[in-house]
Design a protein around this ligand. Structure first.
Ligand code: NAD
Length: 281
């Protein structure tokens, strides 16, 4: 169902790779809500992924760009304004990648060049994106910028590795830039902390299937899906949230506020024998 929440708005969606991507769902939902958009991803993702399928479906042009390159980002904003016919009203940063995770380096054996890449791709690209947009005055007054985060920024979750550090930085950038951009142009900057979701990036996390199951059982409302995340993004792009900025907003069915659930407690009890020893295997 469409509420026309983004009628007449122009947006840029970074990070749609295939139909599992959260950005893919956000792009579909944004157009459904009346927006016109451009899509962007790395040249290799554009070649190897299904972005052109989405582009055709939504009548949205694809601008290949590496989000760690300031030059590429300048081109994304310049071309988007040209194609869409004016300043941009909303931007989604849906980008994450850890070469350390890919190379199976554990957190106590990180490669530091790879850590720099993790931070550049997954967090600093957000700063670059906002700085480029601000210098080009590419975002309209009252516009909205959203990036996707995860609760590992606040809490330690086994296997999330150096992406936890990247997410902490990402959320900090939203606060620091949110202050400056809000004060000067009333532009909102927020992060949405999303439930674990089975996507290409998500499936790279060690033990993802167990993490998904655990948080599904621990959250009173269950895990939030990519479609539901798209719905939440739309509210932040819309005029209904004009005074929401510098926030990390949990979209996780309640997971981040839970300590112990009834389900988890009964499951926990089953892992001990009558003498209180752990039942292994
Ligand atoms: N899947 C989850 O469990 C989950 C949970 C919370 C937050 N998130 C976050 O959501 C965002 C989107 O991830 P997703 O789960 O939809 O996976 P995805 O793999 O579909 O999307 C990740 C995207 O990042 C893009 N990317 C990588 N390097 C890039 C670069 N240098 N420049 C531009 N783009 C680049 C990829 O091409 C891909 O499109 C990420 O920030 C991720 O950390 C995911």
């Amino acid at each position: 169902m469409s509420y026309n929440l983004l009628k007449g708005k122009r947006g840029i969606i970074f990070g749609a790779l295939n139909d599992m991507s959260i950005a893919w769902k956000v792009a579909e939902r944004a157009v459904e809500e009346g927006a016109i958009i451009t899509l962007t991803n790395t040249p290799i993702a554009v070649r190897m992924g299904d972005v052109s399928e989405l582009s055709q479906k939504l009548n949205a042009e694809v601008i290949p760009a590496d989000a760690t390159s300031v030059e590429d980002l300048e081109e994304v904003f310049a071309k988007s304004m040209e194609i869409l016919g004016g300043k941009i009203d909303f931007v989604l940063h849906s980008i994450g990648m850890s070469p350390n995770v890919r190379k199976k380096r554990t957190y106590d054996d990180l490669d530091y060049d790879l850590l720099n890449k993790t931070l550049d791709i997954s967090a600093i690209s957000f700063h670059k994106m906002i700085q480029v947009a601000k210098k080009m005055d590419a975002i309209s007054e009252g516009g909205s910028i959203v990036a996707l985060s995860y609760v590992a920024a606040q809490r330690t979750l086994y296997g999330y590795n150096d992406m936890a550090d990247a997410k902490s930085m990402l959320e900090s950038i939203a606060r620091s830039f949110g202050y400056i951009y809000g004060r000067e142009k009333r532009v909102r900057v927020n992060t949405i902390s999303q439930s674990p979701t089975m996507t290409t990036a998500g499936s790279g996390v060690k033990g993802m299937d167990k993490l998904l199951d655990f948080s599904e059982r621990m959250s009173p409302l269950g895990n939030a899906s990519a479609d539901e995340c798209a719905g939440y993004c739309i509210t932040l792009f819309s005029d209904l949230t004009k005074k929401v900025t510098m926030q990390n907003l949990f979209h996780d069915g309640g997971f981040s506020s839970m300590g112990m659930s009834l389900r988890a407690m009964s499951q926990y009890e089953k892992s001990f024998d009558d003498e209180g020893n752990e039942i292994l295997g």
